[in-house]
Design a protein. Structure first.
Length: 285
């Protein structure tokens, strides 16, 4: 029997079928349209396979409270056609097999934990820094979900002394996502990050914000590894800057012995989301 995985992104869906070993045997992707059209494409892809279960790694916010009447429903998203759409019920109606839902970042953390940069530790975080900022956490094979999923991209930070940017988050202004996401970089400087690769101060400020966040996550969750991915992290010069600033901020309050291993890049070449979705289905199916 095979496992299906869906990485449900705000701009693109990725669907895959694979073995329980994690090996992908078929994969497709298509733009995220309105919900009905999008899930018609999902159904067309999976209908030729004998699936045991499906895991879906969804963009959010999504209701993950199993006691809620709206469990599995997209909540207050700016994608208005998806607001209050019941993803879980649609998939169950289409396939009549177990379907398991979690956030895209939790699934990415799970994939890196099982197969990638976190496979040698008992707990890890995956932080995506791109159009938005989100983070997932895995400990002893399980993703962390509280009353609902954590929104770690919206923590508040101390603003850098050389940065008076108001932030782009429509809810909080200068939260982590408001200050350090890809759109924040572009709006602050009038250019995309890729066009600013050689401007040192841009990345020192970015590293400061990400290091502050990782310090906070370290003190609250105490992960054994922090994995940073997403489009902004294609700027490889960020990793050493983040490690240096993190060390300064932490000031040896807790022991982190090997910063190169503690704060690191992903291993799964942008397949974290869909592999993590398959893992959800495999572990719970």
């Amino acid at each position: 029997m095979l496992i299906g995985g869906i990485e449900a992104g705000g701009t693109k869906f990725v669907c895959a079928v694979g073995e329980k070993s994690g090996e992908i045997i078929a994969k497709t992707s298509f733009p995220t349209e309105e919900p009905g059209q999008t899930f018609d494409h999902v159904k067309d892809f999976f209908q030729d396979y004998d699936l045991e279960a499906i895991g879906i790694a969804s963009f959010g916010p999504v209701d993950l409270d199993k006691s809620s009447k709206t469990y599995g429903t997209i909540l207050n998203t700016p994608k208005m056609k998806w607001k209050n759409y019941d993803v879980l019920s649609r998939l169950k109606a289409d396939f009549h097999i177990p379907v398991y839902i979690d956030t895209d970042v939790n699934a990415a953390a799970l994939a890196e934990y099982q197969f990638g940069a976190g496979k040698d530790v008992n707990s890890c975080m995956y932080i995506t820094v791109g159009t938005g900022i989100g983070a997932g956490f895995v400990h002893n094979d399980k993703t962390y979900i509280g009353k609902s999923h954590p929104e770690m991209g919206h923590i508040l930070l101390r603003q850098h002394e050389d940065d008076d940017f108001a932030g782009v988050c429509p809810y909080h202004g200068n939260c982590l996502e408001g200050l350090a996401s890809g759109p924040a970089i572009e709006k602050r400087y009038g250019k995309k990050g890729v066009e600013l690769a050689d401007v040192k101060n841009v990345w020192e400020i970015e590293a400061d914000y990400l290091a502050q966040a990782i310090m906070n996550y370290t003190l609250v969750l105490s992960p054994e590894r922090v994995i940073l991915g997403g489009g902004v992290m294609k700027q490889q010069q960020l990793y050493p800057l983040i490690r240096k600033r993190f060390s300064e901020l932490l000031n040896d309050y807790v022991s982190v012995r090997d910063l190169d291993a503690y704060i690191t890049a992903p291993d799964l070449a942008d397949e974290q989301g869909v592999k993590g979705a398959m893992e959800l289905g495999k572990m719970k199916g």
